[in-house]
Design a protein around this ligand. Structure first.
Ligand code: NI
Length: 139
């Protein structure tokens, strides 16, 4: 049962960091006030990190990768990794960003341990320029 009791605490941070945070964060997120902004960030961090600790949790994660499709064997390895984790992959979308770069967005749903295994398999493939994981929901 959630406890809605509020508590007040103080933190110490560099002035520049606070100024930059307030200038950028509020314009992007339209949060009502500083407390609301910090609560939002804390919840986002907790839901983004908690799945890593609990292998049995059912989650939905979006995995976005960028790679150069000219690298020998890369596309083949990517396809193999996706077939190996076919049970957790719902769908994927491929976008040809430029002559060299491809972006692929893979939507997964399943046990955190299986999704972690898929992500580790992707990390083992040389040539992936960026790999971004976003936990969309805890199912
Ligand atoms: Ni492409």
């Amino acid at each position: 049962m959630p406890n809605d009791k509020l508590t007040r605490f103080s933190i110490t941070i560099p002035e520049d960091l606070l100024r930059e945070f307030e200038q950028n964060y509020y314009s992007d997120h339209k949060r009502e006030n500083r407390s609301e902004a910090i609560r939002f960030l804390m919840r986002e961090y907790i839901s983004g990190e908690r799945w890593k600790l609990d292998d049995d949790k059912e989650i939905c994660a979006t995995v976005t990768i960028i790679y150069d499709h000219h690298l020998p064997g890369l596309s083949c390895k990517l396809t193999a990794a996706q077939h190996d984790s076919g049970d957790v992959i719902i769908c994927s979308t491929h976008v040809h960003l430029s002559h060299f770069s491809c972006l692929e967005c893979i939507i997964t749903k399943g046990q955190a341990s299986d999704i972690k295994k898929f992500i580790e398999a992707l990390k083992d493939i040389r040539g992936i320029k960026s790999l971004n994981v976003n936990i969309t929901a805890e199912v």
